[in-house]
Design a binder for this molecule. Structure first.
Ligand code: ADP
Length: 504
């Protein structure tokens, strides 16, 4: 019917155009093609005009595609500008955000490096700050692991040193609470180390002397020293030398106090033994000396003394000098024994014990004969032991000598050599006066006598059994005594087979 650009009369039938066909089919038709009329690429849209459900006309509009292309390219331009702007703003935000995150990461990495003890790490190839942080944390972790291992090792070493110390060590903090306590200290103070940690010393120790000593240590800057008596395990008395000093940190600040306990019980005991020994020796020598002096003075002051009386007195002087001689001989023999055993100069040889016993019996035969006593020997086998024959003979002579001395005349003394797989024994049994039970433990002490007067009368020095004991110790053995007062005694020398050759 009409066209805005050309005369419809000169135009061909448009009924075959695809958009028109679509419109005839009652839909909106679209098509893009080159217009024959205008010879331009065009966009066509055809709409059907309907009346009572039938298409009565079709309206078709056409726009050259060049105009469309312009509109589209203008839209593209706008989109591009907006995209660039958005990208720029986005980049700005991303940079700001990354700075916000990377700063703390850099700080953490720097601190981690400080802990790791490294000045800086080379820039990480791929990971940037996060990668560097990971590297720094790695270095820190390995350094911490190494340090932890070192600290654990040092702690173990320190504990081993403290545990192996003979001295007791107690470390207290400023509040007097226990922070360290070694095994020796726990033993001396009779404490359970596990329960003692973190406790106040005054809470678990009742010894007022020790508590006063510790209080003194806390008050002074110098080292405090003292001697104390502690009640050890089983209420055994222990003599302890205590040293107290301030416990300081490396920078010199005072952390508490360190108490070192030195068990001097053995030293004290040795000191007592030595003192007693000196007193005993002096006393033993003084008695005969006083007697000698008395008789000599009497003889000197009485020039008219009849010769038989002077002779009687000089005989006593002679006896007393023999006594002094015997004591000195025994003391020297003991001293030599101790010295030789300490220096390992005791020579041992394979010895037939029966022969050795026969020699000892022969040495005592004269003394026994004087008291009409019989010495018998019994040896089941010919036992052989590695011993110092002259020392063992001396011990046996001492025992036989005692058996004769402390028996009434006419009694028998039996010497028996025996043994089993563990030891060899030589027993001396008498039918003498016997020894009350309460004396048995101390019988081998120097100068110990059950009956002083009787011992002196029979020429005893009080050293015989202690010499026997020492000879047995040198052989790694001992002496055992079984006795019943009025019935007799058996003294047995024990020579262990396995210890033969070792000095104890
Ligand atoms: P002593 O020189 O006095 O005999 P010992 O050391 O040999 O010294 O003996 C110590 C004490 O043991 C003697 O004084 C004596 O009291 C007692 N004793 C030793 N052997 C016997 C024994 N066989 N029977 C009774 N008592 C003995």
């Amino acid at each position: 019917i009409g066209d805005s650009e050309a005369n419809p009369d000169s135009m061909e039938n448009h009924g075959s155009r695809p958009e028109v066909i679509a419109a005839l089919a009652r839909t909106t038709g679209f098509a893009v093609r080159k217009s024959f009329t205008l010879n331009l690429p065009m966009l066509y849209v055809a709409l059907p005009q309907k009346q009572r459900d039938s298409v009565v006309a079709i309206v078709r509009a056409a726009v050259p595609l060049t105009a469309m292309a312009e509109i589209i390219s203008s839209v593209h331009r706008h989109i591009l500008i907006a995209a660039v702007l958005l990208a720029l703003i986005g980049a700005l935000f991303a940079w700001a955000a990354s700075r916000m995150v990377s700063r703390p990461i850099e700080t953490i990495a720097a601190r981690a490096l400080l802990v790791a003890g490294k000045p800086a790490l080379p820039a990480h190839k791929n990971g940037g700050e996060v990668g560097q942080l990971a590297d720094a944390l790695d270095s820190m972790a390995s350094r911490l692991t190494a340090q932890l291992a070192q600290i654990t090792r040092q702690k173990n070493e320190q504990e081993a040193v403290l545990a192996s110390m003979v001295e007791g060590v107690v470390a207290l903090d400023a509040e007097e609470k226990i922070i360290q306590l070694n095994r020796a200290a726990a033993m001396l103070l009779n404490l359970d180390p596990q329960k003692a940690y973190g406790k106040w010393l005054s809470e678990i120790i009742r010894n007022s002397e020790l508590l006063a000593f510790i209080a003194r240590t806390f008050k002074t800057e110098t080292i405090t020293e003292g001697d104390l008596v502690l009640n050890g395990p089983g209420q055994q008395q222990r003599f302890v030398q205590v040293h107290g000093s301030a416990l300081r940190a490396t920078d010199g600040t005072r952390l508490g106090a360190l108490i070192v306990l030195n068990d001097i019980t053995r030293l004290k005991r040795l000191e007592t033994i030595r003192r007693d020994f000196v007193a005993n020796v002096s006393h033993e020598l003084k008695t005969p000396l006083t007697s000698i002096k008395g008789f000599v003075e009497t003889v000197l002051n009485d020039p008219d003394m009849p010769a038989p009386e002077a002779r009687r007195m000089l005989t006593i002087v002679n006896e007393q000098s023999d006594r002094i001689n015997a004591i000195i001989d025994d003391l020297l023999s003991l001293a030599r024994l101790e010295q030789d055993s300490q220096q390992g100069e005791i020579v041992r040889e394979s010895t037939a014990l029966k022969v050795l016993a026969q020699r000892a019996i022969a040495a005592c035969a004269a003394l026994a004969a004087k008291k009409s006593m019989r010495l018998t020997l019994e040896a089941a086998q010919d036992f052989v032991a590695t011993v110092n024959a002259s020392l063992l003979e001396e011990a046996l002579v001492n025992l036989i000598d005692n058996a004769v001395k402390y028996s009434e005349p006419g009694r028998a003394v039996a010497i028996a050599v025996g043994g089993d797989e563990n030891e060899n024994t030589i027993a001396v049994t008498d039918e003498g006066i016997g020894i009350p039970q309460q004396h048995l433990d101390r019988l081998c002490e120097r100068f110990y006598r059950v009956d002083k007067a009787r011992s002196r009368d029979s020429g005893g020095t009080g050293l015989g059994l202690s010499i026997v004991k020492h000879i047995m110790l040198v052989h790694g053995g001992c002496v055992s005594i079984v006795s019943a007062p009025g019935k007799g005694s058996t003294f047995t020398l024990h020579l262990p087979r396995r210890a033969a050759g070792s000095v104890s």
